[in-house]
Design a protein around this ligand. Structure first.
Ligand SMILES: [Zn+2]
Length: 469
């Protein structure tokens, strides 16, 4: 996953802050090292088919070479799937006592075909102020920044106040038959257990025409859950249609679902999002954003904002028909019809509640509703003052005065694994990218050279800040 700037649905007030100058970058030697690591990682194909063990091994060697102890640079992989390796690094505090902080980055990338790209996706290419290559944005940039930071901290003899754990993990993108964080939490909890986690696979800054719009801190994600609807009818010869037809019954019920809107629901995060975002707008959207940011959101304002699909997803659980099948022969009455209903729940909503609302809406006892699999509940990590201040300080040390907005993603990332395991998780990516140029998962994925350098310096400051007391 990579963030899809959730708030861009709203027209942004023509910026009141001037185009910000470039942010700070690391010392020359660290810049070069980070670029070399990025090149090395992009050049290793880590798609679902290839796995991430080869990349993890290269990183492991680099850390051993700068003096990390072998027991602090551990490669783990499921016995039945050895190519899906993850590397877990521990940078030890002098004294134990405080709970560690865990940094997360996935090593795998989405498939890319050479013929679709203008450059070789698995060879880092520098061109026109950008690095091109699969994973440059999602998220080998973040992995390179974290590995470089570990090496830099070691060279500087930095001593954290709490253990700093960095997990470079497998299998985030492809649907997770060997998801790294899930595997580590289940089989090696002691290696990655932490008081708080920072995921660089989300959050980050949005640029428009070179101007900094805002920086997002991801605190929560919608929860993925799927239901199957099924109904049957007696069937018979296609020449003798009667009143009981599974396809019509299902179609009628889906028509009711199409018109149904789940109740408006907000969280501490979405209320804060709307409130902060109101400040960037004028006119009715300003007022409506403030009106839904209240503890009890204004229903009329919510209704108006919901006309926009992105904002609708911020305001409620959604369910939508995504697959349908039925009947068995062209010349026969159907005996069966089925539909898949894909839901994205607000954090805090439950599958039971959604199923009850679906039952009421479909309003047909002859249609069965089954939950496909129990959801990975991903409770909101609250945007506490402490976290917002800690992260905000680092962000503003890099990019003074940019608005910082806590957000809920409509998709999901590995953050759901740590959140469901009870580790509050914040998405604090360091990349600035143009809102109109999102190429993650697409062709000619790229990252600005200057933006990459800044993200390396940012990651260094962020790790130091979270390793402090
Ligand atoms: Zn990602």
């Amino acid at each position: 996953m990579k963030k899809l700037a959730v708030l861009l649905a709203l027209a942004i007030l023509s910026t009141t802050w001037a185009a910000t100058p470039p942010g700070p970058v690391p010392p020359k030697a660290d810049q070069e090292l980070a670029r070399d690591i990025l090149r090395e990682l992009v050049d290793i194909n880590t798609t679902h088919e290839h796995g991430s063990t080869a990349a993890a091994q290269v990183m492991q060697q680099q850390l051993l070479a700068v003096g990390f102890a072998a027991e602090d640079v551990v490669l783990i992989a499921p016995a039945e799937n050895p190519i899906k390796g993850s590397l877990v690094v521990r940078y030890r505090a002098k004294k134990q006592g405080l709970k560690p902080v865990l940094f997360l980055g996935h090593l795998d990338v989405v498939e890319a075909k050479r013929e679709d790209w203008t450059t070789d996706p698995f060879q880092l290419t520098q061109k026109d102020g950008y690095y091109y290559g699969r994973g440059t944005e999602d998220m080998k940039d973040g992995d390179a920044a974290m590995l470089e930071t570990l090496i830099r901290l070691k060279r500087e003899h930095f001593v954290p106040a709490r253990d700093l754990i960095v997990a470079f993990t497998a299998d985030e993108e492809a649907g997770g038959d060997a998801n790294g964080p899930a595997f580590a939490l289940k089989e090696h909890r002691e290696l990655i257990d932490a008081g708080v986690a920072v995921n660089l696979d989300g959050g980050g800054g949005s640029l428009k025409n070179g101007e900094r719009l805002f920086y997002e801190i991801g605190t929560s994600e919608k929860v993925y859950v799927t239901f199957t609807l099924e109904t049957t009818s007696p069937g018979g010869h296609g020449s003798l249609p009667g009143p009981d037809n599974a396809i019509y019954r299902l179609a009628d019920a889906l028509g009711r679902l199409e018109k149904y809107k789940f109740p408006v629901m907000t969280t501490a995060t979405t209320r804060a999002s709307f409130e902060k975002f109101a400040a960037l707008q004028t006119g009715p959207q300003h007022d409506d954003s403030l009106a839904v940011a209240r503890e009890t959101p204004d229903p009329d304002a919510a209704e108006r904002l919901s006309q926009n699909v992105k904002l609708n997803a911020q305001l409620r659980t959604t369910c939508v028909a995504t697959l349908i099948s039925g009947g068995h022969a062209e010349n026969a009455l159907p005996q069966r019809a089925k539909a898949t209903i894909q839901c994205r729940m607000m954090p805090g909503d439950t599958a039971e509640n959604v199923q009850t609302l679906l039952t009421n809406t479909l309003a047909d006892p002859k249609i069965s509703i089954t939950l496909d699999a129990p959801p990975i509940l991903s409770p909101e990590s609250p945007p506490t003052r402490q976290i917002m201040e800690k992260a905000g300080k680092v962000v503003h040390s890099m990019w003074p005065k940019v608005p910082i907005i806590p957000t809920m993603a409509s998709g999901f990332s590995d953050g759901r694994q740590t959140r469901t395991a009870g580790i509050p998780t914040y998405d604090l990516g360091g990349l600035w990218a143009d809102v109109d140029d999102n190429r993650a998962h697409g062709r000619d994925e790229r990252i600005g050279v200057q933006e990459f350098d800044e993200s390396v310096e940012y990651t260094y400051r962020l790790m130091k800040a979270f390793a402090a007391k």
